[in-house]
Design a protein around this ligand. Structure first.
Ligand SMILES: [Zn+2]
Length: 373
């Protein structure tokens, strides 16, 4: 049976927790990592209803995008829905794990990558790449162990550059050392100078994965003391950051784009700014609150920006340069549920993962009978 810590380790490889925003509270919020996972319920929000659903379907872990606990709780008396949800979870022995802005910040299997998939965008890239996220790691390895150490580092996430992975640079040289009293060298003897044919194995590694990559290398490296250099790079890691953008296969007229957007994202309505008069081809997206990315969307030449939670005055900032499409917070992120479900169910077969059957959107739309719709 899988332990909760195994599920968490897997999710954290997918969306490293260090990528979460400073205000966020992703991670294990309720429960113990040693819990045996009997079933997982995936949802966008974690509410009392979701806990009740988890109990009903025999799931003892809820994986939700939005953290139910965001800021500190001073008492848990059941006065608010947050407190009642926590009480229900603890009463029924249900763990709650949140995977929020860290999942917003990864492109490949993240919130925005999924929106881009729904819109069938091509050449998808991060809209606002995170800064200073890349490290260089050089490890000195006896020549015959080079391949094994390299593979271990690649498995742990090192060596990815754009559309390439398993990238490394290897140079040969001589390593020297002198084992001191108390050492237990795998090559050589205490008290005598050693010269060993070694490879300097260099890889790039996202800063948030550096520790995991070092641990993986140490596990297979033959030396008692593994020599390595780890340093920060000025170059950015283009797979991490907020929002995404890409191109439609064929440019569309404004009305055609709107219809396509509604169909692709299963929308009842869209709040949007005026047509620009230009064809729509390049699309920027940001699930949830996205107005802070408008300058980035303009910067990449987007014709439309699909996001949510726009305020009245912020709509003016479109300035006729692109079409802001506010599709609703829940609507923009609902397919994150599918994403998490697919990721968990393809990796684990010792428990069932389920998608919630409830719509947790607290916002309802009233459409008067006969209104144009
Ligand atoms: Zn959200």
């Amino acid at each position: 049976m899988a332990k909760l810590r195994q599920l968490i380790a897997y999710l954290e490889r997918m969306a490293p927790p260090a990528l979460q925003a400073s205000y966020d509270n992703s991670g294990l919020l309720v429960g113990h990592p040693d819990t045996d996972v009997e079933g997982v319920l995936v949802s966008l929000d974690c509410t009392e209803e979701i806990i009740a659903e988890a109990v009903a379907v025999g799931a003892n872990v809820v994986v939700a995008h939005h953290p139910i606990v965001f800021s500190g709780l001073k008492r848990i008396t059941g006065k608010t829905y947050v407190e009642r949800t926590i009480i229900a979870a603890i009463k029924h022995d249900i763990a709650i794990y949140a995977i929020h802005t860290n999942l917003d910040s990864v492109l490949a299997r993240g919130v925005n990558g999924r929106i881009a998939d729904r819109l069938a965008l091509e050449n998808v890239k991060v809209l606002s790449p995170s800064k200073n996220t890349l490290n260089k790691l050089a490890i000195y390895v006896p020549r015959e162990n080079t391949e094994e150490v390299a593979q271990a580092m690649f498995e742990a996430g090192a060596g990815r550059i754009g559309d390439y992975d398993r990238a490394s640079f290897r140079s040969n040289g001589i390593g020297t050392f002198h084992p001191l009293e108390g050492a237990n060298p795998s090559i050589g003897e205490v008290g005598s100078d050693e010269h060993v044919n070694e490879t300097k194995l260099e890889v790039v590694v996202p800063r948030v994965l550096a520790k995991a990559v070092l641990t993986a290398a140490k596990r297979v490296h033959p030396y008692e003391e593994m020599a390595y250099d780890l340093y920060a790079l000025e170059s950015n890691y283009s797979d991490y950051g907020m929002g995404a953008y890409g191109d439609l296969a064929e440019p569309m007229e404004h009305d055609e784009w709107m219809a396509f957007l509604c169909e692709s994202m299963e929308l009842e309505s869209v709040k949007h700014t005026a047509p620009t008069g230009q064809l729509i081809r390049r699309i920027a997206v940001c699930g949830g609150v996205g107005s802070f990315l408008l300058p980035a969307a303009k910067g990449v030449g987007a014709d439309a920006f699909v996001t949510a939670d726009y305020k009245y005055h912020e709509f003016f900032d479109a300035e006729g340069k692109l079409v802001i499409c506010d599709i609703g917070h829940y609507e923009s992120e609902r397919f994150t549920i599918d994403l998490l479900f697919e990721a968990i169910s393809t990796r684990f077969d010792t428990f069932a993962a389920r998608m919630t059957s409830r719509n947790t959107n607290p916002v309802r739309l009233y459409l008067p009978a006969g209104a144009p719709h």
